[in-house]
Write a protein that binds this ligand. Sequence first.
Ligand code: UN1
Length: 499
Amino acid sequence: MTQVSDLLAALGVPASASQGGRMQLRSPIDGAPTGAIQPASEADMLAAIGRAKQAFEIWRDVPAPRRGELIRQFGDLLRQHKTELAQLVAIEAGKVSSEGLGEVQEMIDICDFAVGLSRQLHGLTIASERPGHRMMEQWLPLGVVGIISAFNFPVAVWAWNASLAIVCGNACIWKPSEKTPLTALATQALFEQALQGFEGAPAHLSQLLNGGAELGRALALDPRVALLSATGSTRMGRAVGPLVAARFGRCLLELGGNNAIIVAPSADLELAVRGILFGAYGTAGQRCTTTRRVIIHESIHDELLARLDRIRASLSIGNPLDPATLVGPLIDRAAFDAMQTALVNASEQGGSVSGGERALAQRYPEAWYAVPALVRMPAQTVVVKTETFAPILYALKYRHLDEAIALHNDVPQGLSSAIFTNDLREAERFMSASGSDCGIANVNIGTSGAEIGGAFGGEKETGGGRESGSDAWRNYMRRSTNTVNYSGALPLAQGVKFL
Ligand code: UN1
């Protein structure tokens, strides 16, 4: 695909990095070859960890605002190359153009956040019980940070992690999804451009290793990796989490979601319809924040579903590079097959399915487009409790808010959630201790499309990690508690006497 080689060249990736390797790559848009990269080996990973450790030992002593300056320069390069990188995201991950641009914008936003943070890495001072003593808490660089990222946000989620990790004084190693190595190569090339000639920054501050699950496993097993931040399926989290825990390493997991929207009788239905449709069918249902369930009050259930279904059937499905397209392809055939299996299961479990069939098969025989599906379910059955990474929205009915919240929380995942209501008491209840059990609980906006300023992540099988904004930076640092005695005596705490 010449377009891909042009984009890669514009982003600074040498042709040799994306051609002639053993891993054949294809675009989900049409199945056309996009390149062939050479995967790294486990031995390569071990060597990379060694280099990262050396880079960390230099970088940790560079003042944090200076570290922020590197990220500022990287953010500038992202701004300059936003269009090319966004197009590459569209070609490799199948995102529609505006979402590809949004993904790069999310990288720029987190860089800005990290730059500000680089002057705000603050601890506490704490009152000491002893005279002439000061107690304080410092946050210090942690070490080597491993980052495993997923195909659906091939570059933004890496940027959440890497920009914070780097201003916090760490060195990073990136193992991207096997489905999106080219966007990773391009991002790495931009980062290296920022690094080149940046005084005081060591080589190998951020390394990229493309390849399979064995590379993630090597990161999980190696005690030189202080933190492993992994985004992807719950299955992946189950594979790496225990390995890191067994060596008492730190893990930051951002795994599957099964996000729901409750629509209450007082809801503004115009807003609800838009929020639900973007949440369920945007990114072809392939976000961890995708709306997978809608729980509708019985008084508006039929009316709302009729509206949703009408628009669902008319959403433009097609080539994501065409600006008119709203729903692009699924990432691959396995994703399409998983969607079909879920729909068969849903029917067997009493659901009534609209849509879900293959689309554009004639035009793109080697690609996997699907009509978004809406499934009316009589109950929250097994299939509804399972995350299927595809545009399927299950609809359930409720009578009382308690029942809606119980249904809402009765799934193994706990990432994002929302309620559409104009009733203040319902909104507050939803966000309260006995409301949504998710990491993200919204009112009158959908479940997906979070801004970077808030902490991002969720509970239960979502893994418990928090990335991106708020105080998520603390994941990338170690806490040191310091007590300083500036008196001429040595009183012991708790009134203990000795010598
Ligand atoms: C993901 O799908 O892994 O909130 C991340 C959102 C995006 C990030 C999604 N800002 O939908």
